[in-house]
Write a protein that binds this ligand. Structure first.
Ligand SMILES: Cc1ncc(COP(=O)(O)O)c(C=O)c1O
Length: 372
């Protein structure tokens, strides 16, 4: 099976982890701070706070934003549920707004969803293409809100000459194996604001603020969401390769574009190839074929192509349905979801494997069109 995504681990990554294993520190040592500095410097921001995964990083960001019961957050339904559920953990209400043709939260729809209770806008850089963060920053400024950018897909991308990570009040990353770089599990929040950075550190380590000598105070309802030194050592070597990984992903995306644009029955992802970090390559089936997405998915899996669907609209999940969200809430997101298939894209995917993916997709789609 050719998976839709996978990690790239090289000899220097292995050596770095082994070295960390043999050091005095398995966790809470110097590698964590070194990784944080490297991340902040790569993205051009002042502070990076490493977390145990992207989900706890989102929780930390919402905590730092002082999101609490009675507050609302506006986000997109086309994301992994953690973007929304981390806000539920803070007691906030999640308001879903509709997406644009690229699957990213539409700033106009988000604006229409703002109420007097809204505190945070949480756009997601779907598939690696940054949301329109200039528009979200302007909107947040106008309404007195904070932008928490879920950038779990887009490390390495840029917008308006600024790297992702520097485009919002807080930007959240995940280092899960299928993401741009990996620490196995891992995450981080980046910010230019020293006050937010202090709250992010506090939440990550039990709500503790340190005093003199042995003294410390538990100031808030924090958790243990620390990244280890082993993971940070891996993160440091991975980050050095990020630009190479992104370049390879872009080359794969460009090649998919070239092949699929010659077909009449599919739509390629919107936007310039260089605008995205290409965490995912999401193909859309056009017209009547869209209604046969499930058959296409099963046939592709049966043929050894590890396709996936990103994402089921978050509010369709039972947890959200039980809270009262109903189908039909975001019609564009639902239409988008109904037609999409994520195809394999990762740095070590070879041209030959990619050709096999393309040929198999063609064969499967032709099979669906052939008269029975
Ligand atoms: C958009 C998005 N947000 C949040 C997460 C959560 O990250 P993690 O799996 O590291 O907890 C993920 C990844 O799974 C994601 O894709």
């Amino acid at each position: 099976m050719i998976p839709y995504g996978r990690q790239t681990i090289e000899d220097d990554d292995v050596a770095a982890v082994v070295e960390a294993l043999r050091s005095d520190w398995l966790t809470q040592g110097p590698k964590v701070a070194e990784f944080e500095r490297a991340l902040a410097s790569y993205c051009g921001v002042k502070h990076a706070v490493a977390y145990s995964n992207g989900t706890t990083a989102l929780q930390g960001a919402y905590f730092a934003a002082n999101l609490q019961a009675g507050d609302e957050i506006v986000t997109t339904p086309i994301t992994f549920a953690a973007t929304a559920t981390a806000a539920v953990w803070q007691g906030a209400k999640v308001v879903f707004a509709d997406v644009g043709p690229d699957g990213n939260l539409d700033p106009k729809a988000a604006e229409a969803a703002i109420t007097s209770k809204t505190k945070v806008l949480a756009p997601v850089d779907f598939a690696g293409k940054p949301a329109d963060l200039a528009a979200f920053r302007a909107l947040a400024k106008k309404k007195g809100l904070l932008v928490v950018s879920d950038a779990c897909h887009s490390l390495g991308a840029a917008q308006g000459g600024r790297k992702v990570g520097s485009l919002a009040d807080m930007s959240v990353f995940s280092f899960h194996p299928v993401k741009g770089i990996t620490t196995a599990e891992g995450g981080a929040v980046l910010t230019d604001d020293a006050g937010l950075a202090a709250r992010l550190s506090e939440f990550r380590t039990h709500g503790i603020r340190r005093g003199e000598d042995w003294l410390y105070g538990v100031e808030s309802q924090g958790i243990n969401a620390r990244l280890t030194d082993l993971q940070s050592a891996l993160g440091i070597t991975q980050l050095r390769k990020l630009d190479r990984f992104v370049a390879r992903r872009r080359a794969i995306a460009a090649r998919y574009h070239e092949k699929f644009r010659a077909w009449g029955d599919v739509e390629v992802p919107e936007g310039d190839v260089d605008a995205s970090a290409w965490h995912l390559y999401v193909l859309r089936l056009k017209g009547a074929l869209g209604a046969r997405r499930a058959e296409a998915f099963r046939a592709l899996r049966a043929a050894g192509i590890g396709v996936q669907v990103h994402y089921i609209p978050v509010y369709w999940h039972p947890f959200y349905e039980r809270m009262g969200y109903m189908k039909g809430l975001c019609p564009k997101a639902e239409d988008f979801y109904s037609r999409i298939v994520s195809l394999p894209i990762y740095p070590t995917l070879t041209d030959a494997q990619q050709d096999e993916v393309v040929a198999t997709v063609r064969r499967v789609l032709d099979g669906l069109k052939a008269p029975a």
